[in-house]
Design a protein around this ligand. Structure first.
Ligand SMILES: [Zn+2]
Length: 261
């Protein structure tokens, strides 16, 4: 083939490509924005999905560790924000209300902004799940959905589930290792309710009474939720204590059990 033909035949880089186990499953061009794309593809227990930006920057996530069909929904907005989630089911055709009926499992990927010249995306390092777009204000996220975050530090993905502490009548505490989550009944004196500013003195008394985590680290109200790979603070309440009260979803790492007090 002549060089001329080669150049003609070269595909321009897409704004965003979705790659599953090394194969392109979807490409999106800037002209198509805003777009909502839906597609289903077979996956194995060890499948990985990559969101590849035109610059080459890649966001890699594991799926749900089970074989089946992944039904992906992807939105790209004119400001280059990308939101993606999906359902894993046994069949290629997704039954209606599959998640509610327990016939599918849900996975939501951490949204991101495609890097573009002249665009300055917000700095979300250490911020909470609302700021990062993993939860939406006013919409109760079903606890059946697994959230897949990307660590700000090591850039590896990790998964966790969330529950609404206010609706569960509990306060929650992370261990200093960032690995374990403790739910404390609101009946306990000093346990701060969701959205309420804690009574500092009562909270300190309560923290002294709390048991140690399974890894012997201590629970405290301002401990960050941490990346399980490198232990960097993901939701950094030590740096941003002001966001603690409004961060009413409690998170539990996949593979860990919620501790109760
Ligand atoms: Zn990390």
């Amino acid at each position: 083939m002549s060089l001329f033909k080669k150049l003609l035949g070269r595909k321009p880089k897409s704004l965003l490509s979705v790659v599953v186990d090394g194969k392109d499953v979807l490409s999106i061009d800037e002209r198509e924005l805003p777009i909502e794309a839906r597609l289903a593809f077979p996956v194995t227990a060890s499948s990985e999905i990559e969101f590849v930006e035109e610059s080459g920057r890649t966001h890699t996530h594991a799926l749900l560790g089970e074989a089946g069909f992944f039904h992906l929904s992807l939105r790209v907005y004119p400001n280059f924000a990308v939101q993606a989630d999906g359902l894993l089911s046994a069949s290629k055709n997704l039954p209606e209300n599959a998640l509610e009926k327990g016939e599918a499992r849900g996975l939501r990927f951490q949204p991101f902004f495609i890097q573009k010249k002249g665009q300055k995306p917000p700095d979300l390092r250490g911020k909470g799940l609302f700021a990062r777009g993993l939860h939406y204000n006013g919409i109760v996220t079903p606890s059946k959905i697994v959230l897949s975050a990307i660590c700000d530090e090591c850039e590896k993905a990790f998964q966790f589930t969330s529950f609404h502490s206010g609706f569960s009548d509990v306060a929650y505490f992370y261990s200093s290792s960032g690995k374990h989550t403790l739910a404390v009944s609101l009946q306990e004196p000093g346990a701060p309710s969701a959205l309420a500013k804690p009574d500092d003195e009562a909270l300190q008394l309560l923290e002294r009474k709390l048991p140690s985590a399974p890894d012997a680290s201590k629970y405290s109200y301002l401990n960050p939720f941490r990346c399980p790979h490198c232990r960097a603070a993901y939701i950094d309440f030590e740096t941003y204590p002001e966001m603690r009260a409004s961060e009413y979803y409690a998170n539990v790492h996949i593979g860990q059990r919620l501790q109760q007090f």
